[in-house]
Write a protein that binds this ligand. Structure first.
Ligand code: SF4
Length: 686
C-alpha cells in the first residue's frame, strides 16, 4: 500500500497530485537543434506515466554559470523556445513543471558557452577537482549581478509558462559554494562568518520571490550535507533552512554531496534511502523554528516508491524526489499505483547512460530503458505497419529488449534461448553484492513478455531443424551473445584455470588465493564477489558507519580511507596487460569500486606481460623487466569475450536474413548499455 505516496500536497498554492517529485536531470536534450521537440517528448511521456510535478534540468541564469556545452542558458532565445514548448507539452498532458534555475560557479566545465575561455566564477579561488580549474573570485558587482540574474530567470520561467521554479543551491554548485567554508574564503559582506556565508542564498531567494510575487511557487534545493572536508557545518545548514523558510521558500528540497565528495551518494554501493536522514533533520529544524508547514523534499538514492512510502510514513519528510527512476521507467508512478510494482523497470544506479553522459554532450538515456531521450525516434505506440511474426534468438539483454520492443509495436514474437534461463551475462552482475537489483531487470522482462504473450523457449538451441520455421517469419533478430575469450597462453589448460563465467557460477569453489587475468568491468565485478564473503548488503546505518559517518548533526569527517569492510579473507590479484584497471566502468562509479577493492587488500597490477600459467600461479614480467610469480590456487580468465557465431552460420547457410544485436553483432567492448540500445534499434530496423 502506498497511502502516503498517493496523497496530494500543496506547495505554495500549487496542488501536486502525489508525493513523488520527478527530480532535475540534465539530459543533453536541452540544446538540441529541434526546437525542444525531444525535450517535450521526454517530459510528456513521464507525465503520461503518472509524474506529478517535474523539475527540469538546470537552466543557467547566466552564461558563465552554464554547466557545460549541453546546458541551456536562459538568455538564449532558442533555449527559451525549447522550454516554452516543453512546459506547454507537460500541461497538455496534464502535468506540472518547475524550471530549475542554475549557476555552476566553479563547476562550470571547459567548453561552457559564454565563458569565452575564462575561468569559472566562484566566491573564492579554490581549485576544483571536478572542473580542474581555479575559479576567478567574484567581484561585488558580479555577485549582485548574479542575484539579479536568478531573479530574471524566475521571471522568465513565469513568462514561459512554468508552474514553479526551483533554485539550485546544493550539490556544490555556486550557491552551495557560498555556504561552505571550503570554497568561501571571503571576508566581506558575502563571507567571513556563518551569517555572511548564508547571505548569498538568502539574497537569491529574496530576489526571486520579489520578481515573481507571492503567488508563484519557489522551491529551493539546499544541501543537507556537503560531504566534503570543511563543508557547511550542520548548525549552519539548519540555520540556512530556517532563514530560507523565513524568506519565502515554498518548499525545501534537500540534496546531498558534491561532485568532489569522497563519499559515494548515488552509486549502487549506497543503500537506498541512506540520505533521507538529512531531509528529516532539516524538517525538524524547521519545526523547531516555527516553520514546520514548509514542505521538505528528500532526494538521492531512492528507486522504489515503497522506499518513499516508508520515509513519508516516518512523518519528517513531505515529498520524495526521484530522478533516474523516471529515466528507467517513465511509468514508475502509475505502475506502482496499480500495485504492479514488480513490472517497474528499476533504476540500477549504474549511472552508465545517465550521469556519466551528463558530464559530456552525449544524449542521456538509460541502460534498462534505451528509449529514454529517444522517445520521438522510437515511439511506444503500436506500429502502423501490418502485424508481423518475428523470432528473437537469444534471451540476454539485447534479445529481451528486441523481443519486448517488437511485441510492444504489436507484432507476434517468439524467443529462443539455448540456456535454461534468460538474462545471459547480465545474470552474472546480479550476483555481485550491491547489484541485486540487476536480477529484477531480468524478472521484469520475463513478466512483461508473459504479459505481451511472447513465448520464451528456454533450453532451445537453434539448429538446422529450425530453419523451416524461421523461414516463415517476417524477420529474425540474432542476439546469441558472447562467450569468454580464451587467450593463447602457456598453461591455459591446467585444471586450476577457469573462465569468469565458471568463477561467477561457483565462487565458493575457488581457493584462498586467486589471480584474475584481465582488468575490465567483469574482472572488477568478480573481484567484488570473491572478496565480499557472505556479507549481506549494508543497511543505510551500516553504510554511514562504514564511512566513519554518523547521522547529522554530528560533524562528518571526510576520510578517503574508509570504505565498506571486506566480508571475506581471500587474497586476490587483478592484473592487466595495459591501461588502467577498471576502464569501461563509468567515471562516477569507477572510483568507488576501486576504492573498495583497495580497502579489501586486492592487489592491482598493470602493464604486466603474462609469461605462463603454472601450477603455482601466473608468471608475469613487470615493466621494469622483473619476472615474478603471482601465487594462486586458481587463475580466472577475464580476458574479454567473443561473439557466439554458430547460429549465425546456420542462418547464413540457409539464406535466412537476420538483424544482429548485442554481442552477436560485436563482442568488442560490449556493455549492457550498448546491448539494450542495439536490441531496441534492431527491433525498429527489422
Ligand atoms: Fe538508472 Fe543506470 Fe538507467 Fe541511469 S542508466 S537511469 S543509473 S538504470
Amino acid at each position: 500500500m502506498l497511502d502516503q505516496v498517493f496523497r496530494p500536497c500543496v506547495i505554495g498554492g500549487l496542488t501536486v497530485p502525489h508525493r513523488i517529485v520527478m527530480g532535475a536531470m540534465h539530459l543533453n536534450l536541452e540544446t538540441l537543434d529541434d526546437g525542444g521537440a525531444a525535450l517535450a517528448a521526454f517530459y510528456t511521456e513521464r507525465v503520461r506515466g503518472g509524474a506529478g510535478l517535474i523539475v527540469t534540468g538546470g537552466s543557467a541564469v547566466d552564461p558563465a554559470g552554464s554547466g557545460g556545452p549541453g546546458y541551456g542558458v536562459l538568455d538564449d532565445e532558442k533555449h527559451r523556445s525549447a522550454l516554452r514548448l516543453a512546459a506547454r507539452a507537460v500541461h497538455d498532458a496534464g502535468g506540472l513543471i518547475a524550471l530549475q534555475l542554475f549557476h555552476a560557479g566553479r563547476y562550470a566545465l571547459p567548453g561552457t558557452p559564454g565563458a569565452d575561455g575564462a575561468a569559472p566564477l566562484a566566491p573564492s579561488p579554490v581549485y576544483s577537482r571536478f572542473s580542474r580549474t581555479v575559479p576567478r573570485t567574484m567581484t561585488e558587482e558580479q555577485i549582485t549581478g548574479t542575484v539579479a540574474a536568478f531573479a530574471r530567470g524566475a521571471e522568465g520561467a513565469y513568462e514561459l509558462g512554468f508552474d514553479a521554479v526551483e533554485v539550485m543551491g546544493s550539490e556544490g554548485y555556486l550557491i552551495n559554494q557560498f555556504t561552505a567554508p571550503l570554497t568561501n574564503r571571503r571576508d566581506d559582506a558575502w563571507g567571513g562568518d556563518a551569517g555572511r556565508r548564508r547571505r548569498f542564498p538568502v539574497e537569491v531567494l529574496r530576489a526571486v520571490r520579489a520578481a515573481v510575487g507571492p503567488g508563484f511557487p519557489v522551491l529551493f534545493r539546499m544541501s543537507g550535507a556537503d560531504l566534503v572536508d570543511d563543508g557547511t557545518p550542520w548548525e549552519e545548514t539548519a540555520a540556512l533552512a530556517v532563514e530560507l523558510a523565513g524568506a519565502g521558500a515554498d518548499a525545501l528540497a534537500v540534496g546531498v554531496g558534491w561532485h568532489e565528495s569522497p563519499v559515494p551518494t548515488v552509486q549502487a554501493q549506497v543503500p537506498a534511502g541512506t540520505w533521507a536522514v538529512y531531509a528529516q533533520r532539516v524538517k525538524r529544524a524547521l519545526r523547531a523554528a516555527g516553520h514546520g508547514t514548509v514542505p521538505v523534499i528528500a532526494s538521492n538514492r531512492f528507486n522504489r516508491l515503497a522506499q518513499a512510502e516508508e520515509v513519508l510514513a516516518g512523518g519528517d519528510v513531505d515529498l520524495v524526489a526521484m530522478a533516474r527512476p523516471f529515466l528507467a521507467d517513465p511509468a514508475i508512478v502509475d505502475k506502482s499505483r496499480t500495485g504492479s510494482s514488480t513490472s517497474v523497470d528499476l533504476c540500477l544506479a549504474c549511472n552508465e547512460a545517465c550521469i556519466d553522459r551528463s558530464f559530456g554532450t552525449e544524449r542521456v538515456s538509460c541502460l534498462v530503458n534505451p528509449r529514454a531521450g529517444h522517445e520521438r525516434e522510437f515511439p511506444a505506440r503500436p506500429s502502423p505497419a501490418p502485424r508481423g511474426r518475428y523470432a528473437v534468438i537469444g534471451a540476454g539483454l539485447a534479445g529481451l529488449e528486441a523481443a519486448r520492443t517488437l511485441a510492444r509495436l504489436g507484432h507476434e514474437v517468439e524467443v529462443y534461448e539455448a540456456a535454461d534461463e534468460p538474462g545471459g551475462q547480465f545474470r552474472l552482475a546480479a550476483l555481485v553484492p550491491g547489484k541485486a537489483d540487476f536480477a529484477a531487470t531480468v524478472r521484469q522482462r520475463e513478466q512483461e513478455l508473459d504479459h505481451l504473450n511472447v513465448p520464451v523457449y528456454l533450453g532451445h538451441r537453434i539448429g538446422a531443424r529450425d530453419v523451416p520455421v524461421l523461414r516463415t517469419m517476417d524477420g529474425v533478430v540474432l542476439a546469441t551473445g558472447v562467450r569468454p575469450h580464451r587467450p593463447d597462453l602457456p598453461g591455459i589448460d591446467l585444471p586450476h584455470v577457469l573462465d569468469y563465467a565458471r568463477a561467477f557460477a561457483d565462487p565458493g569453489a575457488l581457493g584462498p588465493r586467486v589471480a584474475i587475468i584481465g582488468g575490465g568491468g567483469i574482472a572488477i565485478d568478480l573481484a567484488h564477489l570473491l572478496t565480499s564473503g557472505s556479507s549481506p548488503a549494508l543497511t543505510p546505518e551500516e553504510f554511514l558507519a562504514s564511512r566513519a559517518m554518523t547521522a547529522p548533526p554530528e560533524a562528518v569527517p571526510m576520510s578517503r580511507t574508509t570504505a565498506a569492510p571486506a566480508g571475506g579473507s581471500r587474497q586476490l590479484t587483478v592484473m592487466r596487460r595495459s591501461g588502467r584497471i577498471g576502464t569501461g566502468i563509468g567515471p562516477s562509479t569507477r572510483w568507488v569500486v576501486m576504492e573498495e577493492l583497495r580497502a579489501r587488500g586486492v592487489r592491482l597490477l598493470t602493464d604486466v606481460t603474462y609469461e605462463e600459467i603454472t601450477r603455482d600461479g601466473v608468471v608475469v614480467v613487470e615493466t621494469g623487466g622483473e619476472r615474478r610469480l603471482v601465487a594462486a590456487d586458481h587463475v580466472v580468465l577475464a580476458t574479454g569475450q567473443e561473439s557466439r557465431r554458430e547460429v549465425a552460420a546456420v542462418l547464413h547457410r540457409a539464406g535466412v536474413p537476420f538483424e544482429a544485436a548485442g554481442g552477436a553483432a560485436d563482442a568488442r567492448s560490449l556493455n549492457a548499455v550498448r546491448a539494450t540500445a542495439q536490441g531496441l534499434r534492431a527491433a525498429h530496423r527489422i
